[in-house]
Write a protein that binds this ligand. Structure first.
Ligand SMILES: Cc1cc2nc3c(=O)[nH]c(=O)nc-3n(C[C@H](O)[C@H](O)[C@H](O)COP(=O)(O)OP(=O)(O)OC[C@H]3O[C@@H](n4cnc5c(N)ncnc54)[C@H](O)[C@@H]3O)c2cc1C
Length: 418
């Protein structure tokens, strides 16, 4: 495998030209935060770390044009310094912008879509080396599809984002009983800007984190309290459970119940991106599915039943999020009001029986797997779940007729070109 790290669009075009002459395929690898084999290749790998600058910010229009290899934590800081922010983010900030876009990375809200929904313009270098700029009014077909492109349409080099004025958020996270949290969920997500919930398998506890834009001043906590709320609870409690569970798997349910019963109320006011994103220190594997929002509660109950009847030792919570319907063909929330259910286990814990069991449940509700997380679907099973599948495939065939950007993952989930 060869690794190239172009520092300009010109160098990138040279790499693509050389790959074409030698008949090699190319994959862009960003920070490798995907759990699937979406970036893997034994041919030619591209790294775009050098393309990480802020190109232009228009404060009046609240737009920012940035190079695509920028890491989200840098982007958040740079936007903040200029009085701007992204409206919605996932729960970490380590990824590159292009990596996050290409997998449909999302946060949680019923009014704010995935990160890709903030994109209003893109620059893409195609397999032939052509540099295409696109937006809703320029090359609209390419723009529609390339916002979530799985790295299969070309190399994204520049992105223009619609931002909003920098904001603070007030967040409260507290535990509820399983049935109560599920019954209240439709009202909770309607009433709050961002709602993220975690059910602790083997227990009756769901913690619900509700975050809203606020004018309140930032609450300065002691360093210990900040560490306790952001790091200790979300990481070490699970780390200890995971380590214990690997030595004594049969004890996982009892210990998980103890961890869940220890969850208390956490309140915080901070700048938006420090509320959205928190450190994740414990390694885990994850599968996440997007499903019709109305099916969320029944589907989570089925996952609970699966864990109980199969006596699965699950040492990590199930995360529950929501997104509005969007118009991006390969976005997991395309065309339907969406809920997300994400299942995890700590790295080293057997996951296949759990994940396959959950996937079978998701198949019954036309679930769409997160492109950057583990799943066992194929193009055959996925095509009927995306109403604009053919539209995406037509753009793919035009931009990459010889499959320069394919790998084993795209062969499996997108199928052949044309
Ligand atoms: C701890 C953790 C927490 C996470 N939290 C969330 C979350 O809250 N919400 C969520 O939705 N996901 C989440 N994810 C998943 C993660 O956001 C995605 O897998 C994301 O793609 C990773 O970004 P990356 O920069 O590492 O990209 P990679 O994993 O390296 O690449 C992902 C894809 O992007 C393509 N790509 C990268 N750069 C370019 C480019 N310049 N042009 C074209 N294609 C490109 C690659 O080819 C590949 O197809 C999480 C993952 C981890 C490990």
């Amino acid at each position: 495998m060869a690794v190239d790290a172009p520092t300009s669009v010109l160098e990138l075009r040279e790499v693509l030209g050389s790959a074409a002459r030698s008949g090699q395929t190319v994959r862009v690898a960003a920070t490798g935060h995907s759990f699937s084999d979406i970036v893997c290749t034994d041919s030619r790998m591209l790294r775009l770390e050098a393309l990480d600058r802020i190109v232009e910010v228009d404060r009046e229009a609240m737009t920012a044009t940035v190079e695509a290899g920028i890491r989200l934590f840098t982007l958040n800081d740079e936007l903040g310094r200029r009085g701007l922010a992204l409206s919605n983010l996932g729960d970490i900030d380590q990824q590159t912008l292009a990596g996050a876009l290409s997998t449909g990375t999302h946060g949680t809200a019923v009014r704010f879509g995935p990160i890709a929904s903030a994109v209003i313009g893109l620059e893409l270098v195609t397999a032939s080396g052509e540099v295409i700029t696109c937006s809703a009014s320029e090359e609209p077909e390419i723009f529609a599809c390339a916002r979530v492109g799985l790295g299969a349409l070309g190399v994204i080099t520049k992105v223009t984002l619609q931002c909003e004025p920098a904001f603070r958020m007030h967040t409260i996270e507290e535990p509820f009983a399983f049935d109560e949290a599920l019954t209240d969920w439709p009202a909770t997500i309607a009433e709050h800007d961002h709602v993220d919930a975690y059910w602790f398998p083997h227990s009756d506890v769901i913690t619900v984190k509700r975050s809203n834009r606020t004018d309140r001043p930032i609450r300065v906590k002691s360093r210990y309290k900040q560490w306790r709320d952001d790091v200790l609870i979300g990481n070490y409690a699970f780390g200890a459970l995971a380590a214990y569970g690997r030595r004594r798997p049969s004890q996982v349910p009892a210990v998980a119940r103890r961890v869940a019963s220890g969850m208390g109320r956490v309140e915080k006011v901070d700048v938006s991106y420090r509320v959205f994103c928190t450190p994740r220190l414990i390694r885990f594997v994850e599968m996440e599915y997007a499903l019709p929002r109305a099916e969320m509660a029944a589907t989570l109950r089925r996952i609970r039943e699966l864990i109980e009847t199969e006596r699965l030792q699950v040492d990590f919570p199930v995360e529950i999020r929501a997104l509005p319907a969007d118009d991006i063909p390969m976005s997991m929330a395309h065309g339907r009001e969406t809920a997300f259910l994400a299942v995890h286990v700590s790295t080293g814990t057997p996951y296949e029986r759990y994940f396959r069991g959950v996937e079978a449940i998701m198949d019954e509700v036309a679930g769409r797997p997160h492109w950057g997380k583990m799943h066992y679907q194929t193009a055959e099973t996925l095509a009927p779940r995306y109403t604009e599948w053919d539209r995406f495939q037509a753009v793919r065939a035009t931009l990459d007729p010889h499959g320069r950007f394919r790998n084993a993952y795209t062969d499996r989930v997108l199928g052949p070109i044309g």
